[in-house]
Structure formats: C-alpha cells, structure tokens
Design a protein around this ligand. Sequence first.
Ligand SMILES: O=C(O)CCC(=O)C(=O)O
Ligand SMILES: [Fe+2]
Length: 295
Amino acid sequence: MESAMEEDRTTQETAAAAEQERPSSSLALRSLADYTVGDIPTLFYVPGFISHSEQSQLLHNIYQAPAPKWKTLKNRRLQNWGGVVHEKGLLPQALPSWLTKITNRICQWSSLFPSAINHVLINEYHPNQGIMPHQDGPAYYPVVAIISLASPVVIDFTPHQRLKGKEHTDPQSVQSNKSQGPTKMESNGSDYDPHELGVANEPDPASSSLLLMPCSLLIFKDQAYTDYLHGIQDSELHNLDKVTNMSLCPKLKHLNSEGIQGSVDEQSGTFCRTATRASLTCRLVLKVHKKLFKI
Ligand SMILES: O=C(O)CCC(=O)C(=O)O
Ligand SMILES: [Fe+2]
C-alpha cells in the first residue's frame, strides 16, 4: 500500500488537484477519452464533474423528497426517478429539472447517449452498506453514468465471463410483472456467493476498483457493462489496494480540510467510511411505453 501511496505523489497529482478545483464548464475542453482509468478500456472517471454547490443542491433535493419516495432495501435505500423500468421498457414519468440539469450535461459532454437520459436511480448507503456485485439490466442502453455525493466509496469491477448466458438483472430497478419481489441475485444480498456465480478461484487479472470521490462522475459502458459485475462492499472499511485511480483523488490525503468525512489508514491501505453516501445512477431506457396498459 505504501508504494501505491508513493506513486500517488506524482505530477499527475498536481494536475488532478487543479482538475478538482476547475469549474466543471471547462470539461468541454477535454474529451471522455482523457478520463479512462485502469485496465478496463470502457471505464471512465471524471473528478469534480459537478461543483460543491451543485452537490449541495442535489442533496437538498434528494432529502426534500417525500418519505414515500424512498424504497428501503436490506442494504441501502433508493429513490426511483423517470418512471418504472420493466423488462420490456419504461413506463415514463418526466425527470425533475434539478435532475435534468445534471443528466443533460452528462449527455452533452460525453456524447455517449443516443437520446436524453430518462431514468435516474438515487441510492443512499450508510457507511456499513453497499450493493452486491451485479450487472445492470437488459432494459438499459449499455452506458451507465454515476454521480457520487457526500462520501467516498470504493466500487469493484469483477469479470464474470462464466455468467454469460445466465440470467442476471439489475436487482433494484427492473421490476417484472411476474414478481415485484427481489431477484435471485438481490435475495443473496450481502451473502453473495462468488462460487455460485462461477467467479471464485479464477485468476482475476482484469478486476479493478475505483475510488469514487464526492462530485465525481463514473461512466462505464460496453465491455465494462457486459463483462463485469460492479458492486460496493457493505463494510465500513474499503480496501484501497486494487484502486486504480488513486492519483486522481488527491483530496483523499486532506479529507478533513476538504470537508469530506472518513479517514485513510495508510498502514493497512484502507479507507474508513464514516458518512452516508448518495449516488445518482443515470441511464437511458430506449424503449419507452406511451400507455400504461392496452385495453
Ligand atoms: O451507487 C453506486 O455507485 C452504484 C449504483 C448501481 O450500481 C446501480 O444503481 O445499479
Ligand atoms: Fe448497477
């Protein structure tokens, strides 16, 4: 771990620090390709995609939502915006302007979405909560944009070649007409068994983790979307050993002076989460239903 922290003290760090501070409008000057991280070519990390005041506004709006807007799951709670996602498409509901302000910027800047993002899932995680390794469902266009708010967290990408051909769906947002309950994967929850998914005891050369700092944007698409599971461990301690974007997270060393809660233990190479994190998972459902039911 020490060496990872050493590596972090590079000129890249200075550039990253400037990056963190620059107004997000200057993102227009750089393209998505400048933000690839790690060995997975379709994984992008953009620090400081939104400003601190935009983060505050988002958090304000999230916590202004009426209590019934929250759906509580075993390991997190969530708000669903944009309508109900079914396996066969979206029963749409317009996104509020406080969300389209961000989703339109993601679309315009990345040029990765063929039409406007129409669905946002807001997840909230306490420090001991996470999301089990999963693949997002087939209803979505295979580009995911995630804005992180309030607390750093480590997200893990694990290859799942052997899952190909097996059924797996986004556990929290795809509802089937047959079952409104949790999917098989979700019911595993934190008891997720890698043996069952066929990824245990395999050399894992391409598995990769990213530290997601508040105000950052993560984008994953194509191969990173289809060939990897992504998940966040439901533990207060997150291991930084496999994190491939440490040099893009200079604030990690000055968390408290940056107003970010949590602490790094350089000896053990861990980040200790102490604050609640929220995230916006922004996606596009291409098939949109105009009517709820045919009579
Ligand atoms: O909170 C995150 O960063 C991940 C959320 C996620 O994977 C999802 O909503 O499908
Ligand atoms: Fe996901």
